[in-house]
Design a protein around this ligand. Structure first.
Ligand code: HEM
Length: 289
Protein backbone atom coordinates (compact mmCIF):
# COMPACT_ATOMS: atom_id res chain seq x y z
CA UNK A 1 0.00 0.00 0.00
CA UNK A 2 1.20 3.56 -0.75
CA UNK A 3 1.99 5.75 2.23
CA UNK A 4 0.13 9.07 2.06
CA UNK A 5 3.56 10.74 2.38
CA UNK A 6 4.67 9.28 -0.92
CA UNK A 7 3.30 12.23 -2.80
CA UNK A 8 5.00 11.21 -6.03
CA UNK A 9 2.86 8.07 -6.31
CA UNK A 10 -0.75 7.89 -7.47
CA UNK A 11 -3.51 6.07 -5.58
CA UNK A 12 -2.47 2.76 -7.13
CA UNK A 13 1.09 3.22 -5.91
CA UNK A 14 2.57 3.90 -9.36
CA UNK A 15 5.10 6.67 -9.94
CA UNK A 16 3.13 9.60 -11.32
CA UNK A 17 4.92 12.09 -13.62
CA UNK A 18 2.05 14.52 -13.04
CA UNK A 19 2.52 14.41 -9.26
CA UNK A 20 6.30 14.65 -9.62
CA UNK A 21 5.79 17.75 -11.81
CA UNK A 22 3.42 19.28 -9.24
CA UNK A 23 5.91 18.58 -6.43
CA UNK A 24 8.71 20.21 -8.45
CA UNK A 25 6.44 23.24 -9.03
CA UNK A 26 5.68 23.45 -5.29
CA UNK A 27 9.36 23.20 -4.35
CA UNK A 28 10.53 25.67 -7.00
CA UNK A 29 10.12 28.79 -4.75
CA UNK A 30 12.25 27.10 -2.06
CA UNK A 31 14.97 26.29 -4.59
CA UNK A 32 14.79 29.82 -5.98
CA UNK A 33 15.02 31.26 -2.45
CA UNK A 34 18.16 29.19 -1.81
CA UNK A 35 19.59 30.25 -5.16
CA UNK A 36 18.91 33.92 -4.32
CA UNK A 37 20.13 33.51 -0.70
CA UNK A 38 23.10 35.82 -1.10
CA UNK A 39 21.02 38.62 -2.64
CA UNK A 40 18.35 38.18 0.03
CA UNK A 41 20.85 38.28 2.89
CA UNK A 42 22.65 41.31 1.49
CA UNK A 43 19.35 43.17 1.01
CA UNK A 44 18.03 45.89 3.34
CA UNK A 45 15.34 43.68 4.96
CA UNK A 46 15.98 39.98 4.34
CA UNK A 47 13.03 38.82 6.45
CA UNK A 48 10.65 41.18 4.66
CA UNK A 49 11.95 39.86 1.34
CA UNK A 50 11.08 36.25 2.26
CA UNK A 51 7.68 37.33 3.67
CA UNK A 52 6.94 38.79 0.22
CA UNK A 53 8.20 35.69 -1.59
CA UNK A 54 6.09 33.32 0.57
CA UNK A 55 2.96 35.48 0.13
CA UNK A 56 3.50 35.80 -3.61
CA UNK A 57 3.97 32.06 -4.16
CA UNK A 58 1.00 31.21 -1.93
CA UNK A 59 -1.10 33.37 -4.26
CA UNK A 60 0.40 31.64 -7.32
CA UNK A 61 -0.49 28.20 -5.92
CA UNK A 62 -3.97 29.40 -4.99
CA UNK A 63 -4.41 30.50 -8.60
CA UNK A 64 -3.00 27.18 -9.85
CA UNK A 65 -5.51 25.31 -7.66
CA UNK A 66 -8.34 27.33 -9.19
CA UNK A 67 -6.95 26.77 -12.69
CA UNK A 68 -7.20 22.97 -12.42
CA UNK A 69 -10.90 22.82 -13.37
CA UNK A 70 -10.63 24.87 -16.61
CA UNK A 71 -7.30 23.26 -17.51
CA UNK A 72 -8.75 19.75 -17.18
CA UNK A 73 -11.28 20.69 -19.82
CA UNK A 74 -9.00 22.65 -22.10
CA UNK A 75 -6.28 19.97 -22.01
CA UNK A 76 -8.87 17.15 -22.11
CA UNK A 77 -7.00 15.63 -19.18
CA UNK A 78 -9.21 14.50 -16.31
CA UNK A 79 -6.07 13.26 -14.47
CA UNK A 80 -5.21 16.80 -13.44
CA UNK A 81 -7.72 16.50 -10.60
CA UNK A 82 -5.13 14.25 -8.92
CA UNK A 83 -2.89 17.26 -8.15
CA UNK A 84 -5.53 19.78 -7.07
CA UNK A 85 -5.35 18.82 -3.41
CA UNK A 86 -1.53 18.89 -3.51
CA UNK A 87 -1.57 22.43 -4.92
CA UNK A 88 -4.15 23.59 -2.36
CA UNK A 89 -2.25 22.14 0.61
CA UNK A 90 1.00 23.49 -0.88
CA UNK A 91 -0.60 26.95 -0.98
CA UNK A 92 -1.45 26.61 2.70
CA UNK A 93 2.15 25.58 3.56
CA UNK A 94 3.44 28.79 1.95
CA UNK A 95 0.82 30.89 3.68
CA UNK A 96 1.71 29.26 7.01
CA UNK A 97 5.36 30.20 6.31
CA UNK A 98 4.20 33.75 5.37
CA UNK A 99 2.57 34.22 8.79
CA UNK A 100 5.41 32.51 10.68
CA UNK A 101 7.96 34.77 8.98
CA UNK A 102 5.82 37.79 9.79
CA UNK A 103 5.77 36.66 13.45
CA UNK A 104 9.57 36.25 13.28
CA UNK A 105 9.80 39.82 11.95
CA UNK A 106 7.89 40.89 15.08
CA UNK A 107 10.37 38.92 17.26
CA UNK A 108 7.64 36.33 17.94
CA UNK A 109 5.85 38.83 20.16
CA UNK A 110 2.48 37.12 19.58
CA UNK A 111 0.57 39.84 21.43
CA UNK A 112 1.97 42.40 18.99
CA UNK A 113 1.25 40.11 16.02
CA UNK A 114 -2.40 39.74 17.05
CA UNK A 115 -2.67 43.47 17.73
CA UNK A 116 -1.22 44.35 14.30
CA UNK A 117 -3.46 41.81 12.53
CA UNK A 118 -6.56 43.32 14.16
CA UNK A 119 -5.41 46.91 13.67
CA UNK A 120 -4.31 47.29 10.03
CA UNK A 121 -6.77 46.86 7.20
CA UNK A 122 -4.47 44.94 4.89
CA UNK A 123 -3.64 42.52 7.72
CA UNK A 124 -7.31 42.12 8.72
CA UNK A 125 -8.05 41.16 5.11
CA UNK A 126 -4.98 38.88 4.85
CA UNK A 127 -5.74 37.35 8.26
CA UNK A 128 -9.33 36.53 7.23
CA UNK A 129 -8.04 34.86 4.06
CA UNK A 130 -5.45 33.02 6.16
CA UNK A 131 -8.05 31.50 8.49
CA UNK A 132 -10.22 30.58 5.51
CA UNK A 133 -7.31 28.74 3.90
CA UNK A 134 -6.54 27.00 7.21
CA UNK A 135 -10.15 25.75 7.37
CA UNK A 136 -9.94 24.43 3.80
CA UNK A 137 -6.57 22.74 4.43
CA UNK A 138 -7.88 21.14 7.65
CA UNK A 139 -10.87 19.68 5.81
CA UNK A 140 -8.93 18.49 2.77
CA UNK A 141 -8.36 14.90 3.90
CA UNK A 142 -10.42 11.94 2.61
CA UNK A 143 -11.62 11.40 6.20
CA UNK A 144 -12.99 14.95 6.43
CA UNK A 145 -14.71 14.64 3.04
CA UNK A 146 -16.47 11.52 4.35
CA UNK A 147 -17.29 13.09 7.70
CA UNK A 148 -18.75 16.26 6.18
CA UNK A 149 -20.48 14.52 3.28
CA UNK A 150 -19.83 15.42 -0.36
CA UNK A 151 -22.37 18.23 -0.62
CA UNK A 152 -21.40 20.02 2.61
CA UNK A 153 -17.71 19.61 1.76
CA UNK A 154 -18.22 21.11 -1.70
CA UNK A 155 -20.21 24.01 -0.26
CA UNK A 156 -17.50 24.71 2.33
CA UNK A 157 -14.78 24.57 -0.31
CA UNK A 158 -16.61 27.11 -2.46
CA UNK A 159 -15.23 29.55 0.11
CA UNK A 160 -12.02 29.38 -1.90
CA UNK A 161 -13.41 32.00 -4.33
CA UNK A 162 -14.03 34.53 -1.54
CA UNK A 163 -10.63 33.69 -0.04
CA UNK A 164 -8.88 34.30 -3.37
CA UNK A 165 -10.66 37.66 -3.65
CA UNK A 166 -9.51 38.66 -0.15
CA UNK A 167 -5.95 37.53 -0.94
CA UNK A 168 -5.97 39.75 -4.05
CA UNK A 169 -7.30 42.73 -2.06
CA UNK A 170 -4.50 42.13 0.51
CA UNK A 171 -1.98 42.06 -2.37
CA UNK A 172 -3.27 45.39 -3.74
CA UNK A 173 -3.41 47.01 -0.30
CA UNK A 174 0.25 46.36 0.45
CA UNK A 175 1.49 47.27 -3.05
CA UNK A 176 3.08 50.68 -2.85
CA UNK A 177 3.68 51.81 -6.43
CA UNK A 178 3.68 49.52 -9.48
CA UNK A 179 0.38 47.63 -9.68
CA UNK A 180 1.18 45.73 -12.91
CA UNK A 181 1.56 42.30 -11.30
CA UNK A 182 -1.43 42.63 -8.92
CA UNK A 183 -3.63 43.82 -11.84
CA UNK A 184 -2.50 40.85 -13.96
CA UNK A 185 -3.20 38.48 -11.01
CA UNK A 186 -6.66 40.05 -10.62
CA UNK A 187 -7.40 39.66 -14.32
CA UNK A 188 -6.39 35.97 -14.26
CA UNK A 189 -8.76 35.54 -11.31
CA UNK A 190 -11.49 37.30 -13.30
CA UNK A 191 -10.89 34.91 -16.21
CA UNK A 192 -11.10 31.89 -13.89
CA UNK A 193 -14.36 33.14 -12.39
CA UNK A 194 -15.84 34.14 -15.77
CA UNK A 195 -14.99 30.68 -17.16
CA UNK A 196 -16.95 29.03 -14.34
CA UNK A 197 -19.85 31.46 -14.72
CA UNK A 198 -20.19 30.81 -18.47
CA UNK A 199 -19.83 27.02 -17.95
CA UNK A 200 -22.55 27.13 -15.27
CA UNK A 201 -24.80 29.38 -17.39
CA UNK A 202 -24.63 27.15 -20.47
CA UNK A 203 -25.11 24.04 -18.31
CA UNK A 204 -22.01 22.20 -19.53
CA UNK A 205 -18.49 22.30 -18.12
CA UNK A 206 -16.86 22.76 -21.49
CA UNK A 207 -16.51 26.08 -23.33
CA UNK A 208 -16.15 26.09 -27.11
CA UNK A 209 -12.98 27.52 -28.64
CA UNK A 210 -15.02 30.52 -29.82
CA UNK A 211 -16.37 31.11 -26.31
CA UNK A 212 -12.79 30.97 -24.97
CA UNK A 213 -11.73 33.53 -27.58
CA UNK A 214 -14.55 35.89 -26.60
CA UNK A 215 -13.67 35.36 -22.93
CA UNK A 216 -10.01 36.27 -23.56
CA UNK A 217 -10.99 39.48 -25.38
CA UNK A 218 -13.66 40.57 -22.89
CA UNK A 219 -11.48 39.92 -19.80
CA UNK A 220 -8.55 41.69 -21.43
CA UNK A 221 -10.72 44.75 -22.23
CA UNK A 222 -12.06 44.75 -18.67
CA UNK A 223 -8.47 44.60 -17.42
CA UNK A 224 -7.51 47.70 -19.45
CA UNK A 225 -10.61 49.51 -18.20
CA UNK A 226 -10.23 48.40 -14.57
CA UNK A 227 -6.57 49.38 -14.47
CA UNK A 228 -7.26 52.79 -16.03
CA UNK A 229 -10.11 53.56 -13.61
CA UNK A 230 -8.16 52.22 -10.58
CA UNK A 231 -5.01 54.21 -11.36
CA UNK A 232 -7.16 57.22 -12.27
CA UNK A 233 -8.85 57.18 -8.85
CA UNK A 234 -5.67 56.38 -6.86
CA UNK A 235 -3.44 58.96 -8.52
CA UNK A 236 -6.07 61.57 -9.52
CA UNK A 237 -5.35 61.32 -13.25
CA UNK A 238 -7.72 60.89 -16.15
CA UNK A 239 -8.39 57.17 -16.95
CA UNK A 240 -8.15 58.14 -20.65
CA UNK A 241 -4.55 59.26 -20.06
CA UNK A 242 -3.76 55.90 -18.46
CA UNK A 243 -5.39 54.11 -21.41
CA UNK A 244 -3.39 56.18 -23.88
CA UNK A 245 -0.11 54.59 -22.69
CA UNK A 246 -1.43 51.07 -23.37
CA UNK A 247 0.29 51.12 -26.78
CA UNK A 248 3.52 52.62 -25.43
CA UNK A 249 5.43 49.36 -24.98
CA UNK A 250 8.60 51.19 -23.91
CA UNK A 251 6.81 51.76 -20.57
CA UNK A 252 6.26 47.99 -20.16
CA UNK A 253 3.54 45.62 -21.33
CA UNK A 254 0.26 46.49 -19.62
CA UNK A 255 -1.62 43.70 -17.79
CA UNK A 256 -4.44 43.92 -20.37
CA UNK A 257 -2.03 42.69 -23.07
CA UNK A 258 -0.62 40.05 -20.73
CA UNK A 259 -4.17 38.81 -20.12
CA UNK A 260 -4.89 38.76 -23.83
CA UNK A 261 -1.72 36.70 -24.45
CA UNK A 262 -2.61 34.23 -21.67
CA UNK A 263 -6.22 33.96 -22.90
CA UNK A 264 -5.12 33.40 -26.52
CA UNK A 265 -2.64 30.74 -25.37
CA UNK A 266 -5.57 28.90 -23.77
CA UNK A 267 -7.55 29.28 -27.03
CA UNK A 268 -4.64 27.80 -29.02
CA UNK A 269 -4.22 24.86 -26.63
CA UNK A 270 -7.97 24.21 -26.68
CA UNK A 271 -7.99 24.27 -30.48
CA UNK A 272 -5.10 21.80 -30.74
CA UNK A 273 -6.26 19.38 -28.02
CA UNK A 274 -9.83 19.57 -29.40
CA UNK A 275 -8.62 18.51 -32.85
CA UNK A 276 -6.51 15.67 -31.44
CA UNK A 277 -9.27 14.34 -29.20
CA UNK A 278 -11.78 14.52 -32.08
CA UNK A 279 -9.36 12.60 -34.27
CA UNK A 280 -8.84 10.01 -31.53
CA UNK A 281 -12.63 9.63 -31.20
CA UNK A 282 -13.01 9.25 -34.96
CA UNK A 283 -10.16 6.73 -35.07
CA UNK A 284 -11.53 4.57 -32.26
CA UNK A 285 -14.32 2.73 -34.16
CA UNK A 286 -11.87 1.99 -36.99
CA UNK A 287 -9.36 0.58 -34.53
CA UNK A 288 -12.09 -1.57 -32.99
CA UNK A 289 -13.03 -3.11 -36.29
C1 HEM B 1 -2.44 36.71 9.02
C2 HEM B 1 -2.24 36.63 7.74
C3 HEM B 1 -1.27 37.47 6.95
C4 HEM B 1 -0.30 38.35 7.37
C5 HEM B 1 0.09 38.73 8.78
C6 HEM B 1 0.33 38.87 6.18
C7 HEM B 1 1.36 39.80 6.17
C8 HEM B 1 1.95 40.33 5.06
C9 HEM B 1 3.00 41.32 5.07
C10 HEM B 1 3.60 41.94 6.32
C11 HEM B 1 3.32 41.60 3.79
C12 HEM B 1 4.39 42.58 3.31
C13 HEM B 1 3.86 43.99 3.42
C14 HEM B 1 4.91 45.07 3.25
O1 HEM B 1 6.08 44.80 3.05
O2 HEM B 1 4.51 46.22 3.33
C15 HEM B 1 2.47 40.77 2.94
C16 HEM B 1 2.52 40.74 1.58
C17 HEM B 1 1.82 39.84 0.81
N1 HEM B 1 0.93 38.89 1.26
FE1 HEM B 1 0.34 38.61 3.16
N2 HEM B 1 -0.26 38.31 5.08
C18 HEM B 1 -1.24 37.45 5.50
C19 HEM B 1 -2.04 36.66 4.72
C20 HEM B 1 -1.88 36.49 3.36
C21 HEM B 1 -2.65 35.58 2.53
C22 HEM B 1 -3.75 34.63 3.03
C23 HEM B 1 -2.17 35.72 1.25
C24 HEM B 1 -2.54 34.99 -0.03
C25 HEM B 1 -2.97 33.77 -0.17
C26 HEM B 1 -1.13 36.72 1.28
C27 HEM B 1 -0.43 37.14 0.17
C28 HEM B 1 0.46 38.18 0.18
C29 HEM B 1 1.07 38.71 -1.03
C30 HEM B 1 0.80 38.19 -2.46
C31 HEM B 1 1.92 39.73 -0.64
C32 HEM B 1 2.79 40.57 -1.54
C33 HEM B 1 3.94 39.78 -2.09
C34 HEM B 1 4.75 40.57 -3.08
O3 HEM B 1 5.01 41.75 -2.85
O4 HEM B 1 5.14 40.00 -4.12
N3 HEM B 1 -0.98 37.15 2.57
N4 HEM B 1 1.65 40.01 3.75
Amino acid sequence: MTSSWELWRDKRGRLSPLRIGALAFLLFPLAKGLFDAETILLGARPLNDVIHRAGFWALVFLGATLAVTPLRRVLRSGNLIDIRRMLGVGCFCYIAAHLTLYAADQMFDLGKVMHEISDRWYLIVGGTAWFGLAALAATSTDGMVKRLGGLRWRRLHMLVYAIALLALIHYFQQTKADVTVPVFAASLFLWLMAYRLVAWWQGSGELSTLALLILAIVVSLLTFAGEAVGIGIAFHVSPMRVLSVAFDFSAGIRPGWQMLAAGLAVVAVDFVTGRFSNRALRARPVAAE
